[in-house]
Design a protein around this ligand. Structure first.
Ligand code: IMP
Ligand code: MG
Length: 187
């Protein structure tokens, strides 16, 4: 049986470090939104794992909803052209919206989502991202709550995929180069 861990060349952020940082983010969000009922908006599918763990660290009556977008480009590079595949189930008029994203690479996807949500007259829109690549600081929107800044490398695990695989790894890591050279992941 093939083991997913064997495809990983390097662990960038271990499972315990992820959970410790998420607990801190949860405490910070709990303080900042005291007295409010924020709506967490997760961006499918990558943000699901992070959103589940984060929501359990927020000690407030949160609600959750999801959006799915497609960003055109190859599996490892985004072009910034975005289309909404699944919209929110509810309106966000006067709501405090916290967009939860797995990773900000160019930041173009997130910029599109945030601009789109701001047009729906919410009380506020803020961003919580688990990871940000260094280069995103120039092109992406400002991140209000950030887990970790990482080098400009393609990462998998903890919700992040390569060809839909590796989302269930409990840590964030870098794949062995042969995996991309094969061009597809064995099922
Ligand atoms: P951006 O528009 O360039 O910021 O790309 C955003 C989306 O591309 C993220 O929400 C991820 O779904 C995906 N993505 C970007 N970088 C990575 C990566 O290193 N690993 C896995 N997915 C990534
Ligand atoms: Mg994503």
């Amino acid at each position: 049986m093939r083991n997913l861990n064997d495809d990983v060349a390097e662990i960038l952020i271990g499972a315990d470090d992820l959970q410790d940082r998420i607990a801190e983010l949860g405490r910070q969000i709990t303080r900042d939104y005291a007295g409010k009922q924020p709506l967490l908006v997760g961006v499918l599918k990558g943000a699901v794992v992070f959103m589940v763990d984060l929501s359990r660290r927020i000690d407030l009556p949160v609600e959750i909803d999801f959006m799915a977008v497609s960003s055109y480009g190859s599996s490892t590079q985004s072009l910034g052209v975005v289309r909404i595949l699944k919209d929110l189930d509810q309106g966000i008029d006067r709501r405090d919206v916290l967009v939860v994203e797995d990773i900000v690479d160019t930041g173009l996807t997130l910029r599109y989502i945030v601009d789109n949500l701001r047009d729906r007259s919410p009380a506020s829109v803020r961003i919580c991202a688990l990871l940000q690549k260094r280069k995103a600081r120039e092109t992406g929107p400002p991140i209000d709550y950030l887990g970790f800044e990482i080098p400009d490398r393609f990462v998998v695990g903890y919700g992040l995929d390569y060809a839909e695989h590796y989302r269930n790894l409990p840590y964030v890591g870098v794949l062995r180069p042969e995996i991309y050279q094969i061009g597809q992941v064995e099922k």
